[in-house]
Design a protein around this ligand. Structure first.
Ligand SMILES: Nc1ncnc2c1ncn2[C@@H]1O[C@H](COP(=O)(O)OP(=O)(O)OP(=O)(O)O)[C@@H](O)[C@H]1O
Length: 233
C-alpha cells in the first residue's frame, strides 16, 4: 500500500512581472519520499520551494498540505551563507534559535534536552559551545540542519544546502538525512545540481526545464537528460 500524500501541487504556476517561471505543475509528494529537484540556474527551483513554504502566492493553482493545513511541518536548510567570524552565538544557541520567543526568551529544560538530542544526532555535541562564526563551512551547514530538525519537521527542504561542501562533508550530511528519512519516515525535498548525489540518495526526481517539468523514479534521471533539459536557454 502506498504511503499517504502530505503535499499536493495542482496546476501550479508562478509568473513574475513579464517573466513566467513555471506553469501547470502537478505533483503529489508522499510521506517518506526523497525527491531531488533539479534544473539549470534560474529555472525556478527556489521559487517552487517558496511556493511550497507558502512564502509566495502562486499566480495559478495551489499548494495543499495533507490531510490538513496543520499537518505539515517544514524544516528548511538554506544554501551556505557566510556568518561573521565574531557572530556571538554558540552552535547550541544557534540550533535553538527558533525555539526561543520574544515572550519567553529562555529555553525550558525540555527544549534544552531536544537541542542536546539533535546536536548528538548531527554529530555536533563536542562543538556545542563553539561560536558559530568560528565553525567550518561543513559544521555550519550541520548546524543549519540541526536548527531545521529541532522542531521535529515531517518535511525537510534542502535548498542547495550541500552545494559548497567538499565531497566527504556532503556525503556525511546526506548520510544523516537519509538515515532520518529511513528511520523517521521524514519526507525530503533536495534541491541540487549534483546529479550523482541525487541518484545516490533520492527515490524520485522533479526536473524543471524552460519547456516544462518532468518527474519520475530516480532511475530515470541521467546527467545527459539534465543537459538536454538545460539546452533551451
Ligand atoms: N521576487 C522576484 N521577482 C522577480 N523575479 C524573480 C523573483 N524571484 C526570482 N525571480 C526570477 O525567477 C527566476 C527563477 O529564480 P529561482 O531563484 O527560483 O531559480 P533557481 O532555479 O532556484 O536558480 P539557481 O539554481 O540559480 O538557484 C529567475 O530568473 C529569477 O531572477
Amino acid at each position: 500500500m502506498s504511503e499517504p500524500a502530505i503535499l499536493k501541487l495542482e496546476n501550479l504556476g508562478v509568473t513574475f512581472p513579464n517573466h513566467p517561471v513555471f506553469a501547470d505543475l502537478n505533483l503529489t509528494i508522499r510521506q517518506g519520499e526523497f525527491w531531488s529537484i533539479v534544473g539549470k540556474n534560474g529555472v525556478g527551483k527556489t521559487t517552487l520551494m517558496r511556493a511550497i513554504l507558502h512564502q509566495l502566492r502562486p499566480t495559478t493553482g495551489k499548494v495543499t498540505y495533507l490531510p490538513n493545513a496543520n499537518s505539515v511541518k517544514i524544516g528548511y536548510v538554506p544554501q551556505f551563507r557566510n556568518i561573521d567570524s565574531d557572530y556571538p552565538l554558540t552552535i547550541k544557541d544557534f540550533v535553538g534559535l527558533n525555539l526561543t520567543g520574544w515572550k519567553w526568551p529562555w529555553l525550558s529544560r525540555k527544549e534544552h534536552a531536544e537541542i542536546d538530542h539533535i546536536l548528538a544526532e548531527t554529530g555536533l555535541t563536542k562543538l556545542a559551545k563553539r561560536p558559530i562564526g568560528q565553525a567550518s563551512g561543513g559544521e555550519r551547514q550541520k548546524a543549519y540542519l540541526a536548527q531545521a530538525l529541532v522542531e521535529s519537521p515531517n518535511l525537510l527542504i534542502l535548498d542547495e544546502s550541500t552545494a559548497s561542501l567538499d565531497p566527504v562533508t556532503k556525503t556525511e550530511l546526506l548520510d544523516l538525512v537519509i538515515e532520518l528519512n529511513q528511520r523517521l519516515h521524514l519526507t525530503v525535498l533536495f534541491v541540487t545540481h549534483d546529479i550523482p548525489m541525487a541518484r545516490k540518495y533520492s527515490s524520485q526526481y522533479l526536473m524543471l526545464t524552460p519547456d516544462g517539468v518532468e518527474q519520475g523514479p530516480i532511475s530515470g534521471l541521467t546527467q545527459a537528460k539534465v543537459w538536454e533539459g538545460e539546452k533551451n536557454v
